[in-house]
Design a protein around this ligand. Structure first.
Ligand code: NAP
Length: 294
């Protein structure tokens, strides 16, 4: 069984690392807030005091953190992963970050004669718990083949996309579709609500209709109940939209609908909803349109 290091025990990292433990691997964890490791330590994982210590003792080192600056601090910082690497290790980042941020990390890891896989995921916390995530990977092919059994312990659908930053770009493309879907759902739901229809029934019909994607199905409970506890926060979605705009500029692509949705996300954050699930866009629009649920 592999010696695995895991850095980042947030909404996603926690269930994903537990699935590696369940698959029988030896898992050592580090998280900025140690209390979030309590559960996995009780289940048999080990604790490391720094990301550097993880790199010194493990063969596969995973990171699942909020954003690019955090990825850079846990890898390139003084007590970061790179400082603890020796040759032939495989570092795998599963966070959503930009290609530019990713390349810097890759170069530092390759300078230590190690390999870096970019492996962002599709699917949210429930899929992370059920080990049914989609995993989009790019980077060295031989390293991917070695890591595949570990990916299979966390996800149902595996995609190898190329030797460099391909997975980063595709992940951002998917996330703008997800965010825009949430704004479309908001507009359709608020129209129906203001016309007097029952929100739970409206969501049920939408989820079963031609536009009923898996995403609409996952979000119908939050939108119906009005309880927008975050599976994926507004703040993180705003981060991904901004990364997508940077990529769109680089590749000369217009994204007008994405731009409008970014403004809706801003309104959500500006009204104190930054830590709510991004499907809170329905509530933002209800407020803007003067609608109060019965
Ligand atoms: P989260 O719950 O907010 O967790 C973020 C993690 O990053 C935590 O471990 C947090 O540590 C750590 N972190 C944040 N700032 C840090 C810093 N300055 N130094 C060290 N560690 C820091 O986020 P998440 O939902 O798990 O998402 C993780 C990544 O997966 C993100 O890139 C996100 O875009 C992507 N993603 C999320 C979903 C989803 O549905 N949630 C789906 C697909 C992809 P603390 O515990 O100390 O705060």
């Amino acid at each position: 069984m592999a010696k695995i290091g895991w850095i980042g025990l947030g909404n996603m990292g926690n269930p994903m690392s537990k699935n590696l433990l369940k698959a029988g691997h030896e898992v050592t964890v580090w998280n900025r807030t140690k209390a979030k490791a309590d559960e996995i330590l009780a289940e048999g994982a080990k604790w490391a005091d720094t990301p550097k210590e993880i790199a010194e003792t493990c063969d596969f080192i995973f990171t699942m953190v909020a954003d690019g600056p955090t990825l850079q601090s846990v890898t390139l910082g003084e007590n970061g992963v790179v400082a603890g690497l020796s040759s032939s290790k495989i570092v795998i980042d599963m966070s959503t970050v930009s290609p530019e941020e990713s390349i810097k990390v890759n170069d530092a890891i390759e300078a230590k004669e190690c390999k870096f896989l970019r492996a962002p995921v599709t699917g949210s916390t429930v899929l992370a718990q059920n080990a049914t995530l989609g995993i989009l990977t790019s980077g060295d092919r031989a390293a991917y083949d070695k890591a595949l059994p570990l990916f299979e312990a966390m996800g149902k659908n595996q995609f190898y996309l190329g030797g460099s930053e391909e997975a980063r770009v595709l992940k951002l493309s998917l996330n703008v579709m997800i965010g825009v879907t949430s704004q479309m759902m908001a507009e359709a739901v608020v129209l129906a609500e203001k016309a007097g229809l029952d929100v739970a029934q409206v969501c049920e019909v939408m989820a079963g209709s031609a536009v009923g994607s898996p995403l609409v199905g996952y979000k119908k409970a939050l939108v119906s109940s009005g309880d927008y506890k975050a599976a994926f926060s507004v703040k993180l979605m705003m981060k991904d939209f901004d990364l997508a705009f940077a990529a769109a500029k680089q590749y000369d692509v217009a994204m007008p609908v994405t731009a409008v949705t970014r403004q809706a996300l801003q309104a959500a954050a500006a009204t104190g909803r930054g830590d709510k699930d991004f499907s809170v866009l329905t509530q933002v629009l209800e407020d803007q349109c003067g609608y109060k649920r019965p």
